[in-house]
Each structure stands twice: as C-alpha cells, then as structure tokens.
Ligand binder design. Structure first.
Ligand SMILES: NC(=O)c1ccc[n+]([C@@H]2O[C@H](COP(=O)([O-])OP(=O)(O)OC[C@H]3O[C@@H](n4cnc5c(N)ncnc54)[C@H](OP(=O)(O)O)[C@@H]3O)[C@@H](O)[C@H]2O)c1
Length: 314
C-alpha cells in the first residue's frame, strides 16, 4: 500500500511517501481502508522532534486519526464491523496510509447525516473542544476569548461557547481567519497579529489558549477575578509563561483540560459526531492534500497558512 514514512525527525520534507506492507489485523484489531486521514498540529511538532505524545521513534508512519470502511477484522472481533463506515483513532501512528489497523474498540460508526470527511475532521478536534468546554465551565453571558479561533480546535470552541450562551471574542491572525470565525458565530473578531489587539478584547471570564508564548501571555491579564485560562497547546512553540501561583495571586485559575477517562474520550467523541450530524457543530475543512503531499500539508500548518482542519486523501 501507499503510506507516508517518517524515517527521521526534521522539517516537513522528512515525510516521504512510499510503500509499506499491507497491514493485517491481529487479534482484537480491525483494518480500515482509509478515505481520509486527519492531521493534528501536534503531529507537526512530533515530526520535527519536539513533542512525542505516543513515545514512538522513526521509522514510523505517523497519523492518529482516520476514516473509511472496515475491510476485515482479527480474531475475537465481531464480523458485523466489516463494511461499516467509521472513524477511528489509530492509537498513535499508522494513519497516513491507504490502510490502517486500529484496536477494534476504537472505531465509531459515522452517524447518519454526517459526511465522512466531516466526521474525520471532528474526530480529534471535536473531542478536544468538548473536553475543554467541560474544563472551562462556561456560563451563559460570560465573555470568552478563543485564541487561534479559525484553527481546528478553535473553530469548534467558538461554536460550543456560543451554544453555551457566552459572548465570544475570536482572536486569529489576519482578516481571512477572522472572517471564518465571524461566520461561525463569534460576537467579535480581533486580529491578534496587529499591535494593541488586547485592548480591543477587553476583560474576559475565560481564555482558551492553544497557542501559548507571547499571545498567551498577552491574553492572561485580560482575565477578570474568577476567570479561567484553559491551556491546551503551544502552537507558538512555547507554553504561556504563567504559573498556578501567578494565577492564584490574581484570583484566576489555570485549567489544563484535555485529560479524561477512556469512557469520557469515547463519549465526547460520540457527542461531537452527533452534533456534527444534527448541524450543531460545523467542522471547517480548510484544505485537503493528496496522501503523497503530506510534507506540503505539514508545511502549510506550521506556517499558519491553514484554516480549520487539514485532511490527507489517500
Ligand atoms: N487537535 C487536537 O485534538 C488537540 C488536542 C490537544 C491539544 N491540541 C493543541 O491545540 C493547539 C491547536 O491545535 P489545532 O490542531 O487545532 O491547530 P490549529 O489551531 O489548526 O493550528 C494552529 C494555529 O495556531 C496559530 N498560531 C499562533 N502562533 C503560531 C505559530 N508560531 N506557529 C504556528 N501556528 C501558530 C495559527 O493560527 P493564527 O494564524 O490564527 O495565529 C495556527 O493556524 C496545538 O497546540 C495543539 O497541539 C490539539
């Protein structure tokens, strides 16, 4: 089969398309013919030798989220799964490929009314955004600032916070991204690539921070007493430089929100897919790349050229 190999850590060009043996599902596994594979930001950081959430070393086929049809199952797995259209986390690697083996407990059947590409776009980001909303405990009427609001997770947070009755300020880089956040229902849009952007935001109750660094540091003082900074990523390359003590001194809290039990993760993923099917959540699929061009996809993501989710198409 065709697949994308990471043979060493480095820049986007270390992602090399090539051949890989057709995977065979072992006991307790299912095989998916992949129609779409998602790319998450952390995979660009893994590729470059930074974060390594699954503690794997090259050579490896990256990719933790796929959607397609189950074509076979291993011993001990119910045959009814074969032929089902599903989305699934791979368990860490193997997603950038024409076929992927996943633990049989992983696939979720795509609900009626939800297109497969939308389901793949919602798989990781939907679950993450829902976990973050739980961590933030957003109340009706609260003011919520979403950083990177046109990104994969950010674009869903804008919608979920709106549904919770919050007043959402969407902060993103440049007018094109701001327009996306406005279309998703943000009450106000701020271009944080412009000097003095924080003054335009004003005081807020919640900050969703997947960016870190200087932008996160600029957002932190905007929190009112009682406010919550929900920190979940470092797209800038550095965490927001504030400690729990800094927060306590200001009467605010820092919450790190993407953990949950396996049951939580499954339930939150199902809930995101259901919201996608009913139209409550709209994933923004900003760009699609053929599988062989995974390097270009990573380059686009890390140069901030992407909007919403980026999918690979085998
Ligand atoms: N996807 C998930 O399920 C998940 C789970 C856990 C954690 N996270 C973390 O959440 C954060 C967002 O993830 P995502 O997949 O939704 O990514 P994303 O928002 O689609 O992409 C990252 C965005 O961050 C902004 N950004 C600000 N400074 C940047 C810089 N120096 N370099 C690159 N981008 C920069 C860019 O938007 P602007 O151009 O608008 O600034 C960029 O488009 C990441 O830190 C990721 O590790 C994601």
């Amino acid at each position: 089969m065709r697949a994308v190999w990471l043979k060493e850590f480095g820049g986007p060009d270390v992602l090399q398309p090539g051949e890989a043996p057709d995977p065979v599902p072992g006991p307790g596994q299912a095989l998916i013919a992949v129609t779409f594979a998602n790319i998450t930001f952390v995979e660009t950081q893994f590729r470059s030798g930074g974060m390594n959430p699954f503690q794997v070393q090259p050579p490896v086929i990256p990719g933790n989220g796929v959607g397609g049809v189950i074509t076979s199952v291993g011993a001990g797995v119910h045959h009814d799964l074969v032929g089902q259209q599903v989305v699934a986390s791979t368990g860490g690697t193997g997603g950038y490929a024409e076929q992927a083996v996943v633990p049989a407990a992983s696939p979720l059947i795509v609900p009626d009314g939800l297109a497969l590409d939308a389901a793949v776009a919602l798989l990781a980001d939907g679950r993450t955004a829902k976990l973050l909303m739980r961590a933030a405990t957003v109340g009706a009427g609260e003011r919520v600032l979403v950083l990177a609001a046109a990104g994969g997770v950010g674009s869903l947070l804008v919608q979920l916070a709106e549904h919770a009755g919050a007043k959402v300020v969407a902060a993103a880089g440049g007018p094109r991204k701001g327009a996306v956040a406005a279309d998703l229902g943000a009450d106000r849009v701020v271009d944080y690539s412009a000097a003095g952007w924080a003054a335009e935001v004003g005081q807020v109750d919640v900050v969703f921070d997947g960016v870190g660094g200087e932008l996160g540091a600029t957002a932190f003082p905007l929190l009112e007493p009682g406010g919550r900074m929900v920190v979940y990523g470092l797209a800038s390359g550095a965490w927001t430089p504030v400690s729990d003590d800094d927060a306590a001194a200001r009467g605010v809290a820092i919450r790190r929100g993407i953990s949950g039990t396996p049951e939580d993760l499954r339930a939150f993923t199902e809930s995101a897919l259901e919201d996608g099917a009913t139209g409550r959540l709209t994933p923004v699929i900003g760009q699609r790349f053929p599988l062989d061009r995974a390097a270009d996809a990573h380059r686009a993501i890390e140069t901030r050229a992407t909007i919403g989710k980026t999918l690979l198409v085998p």
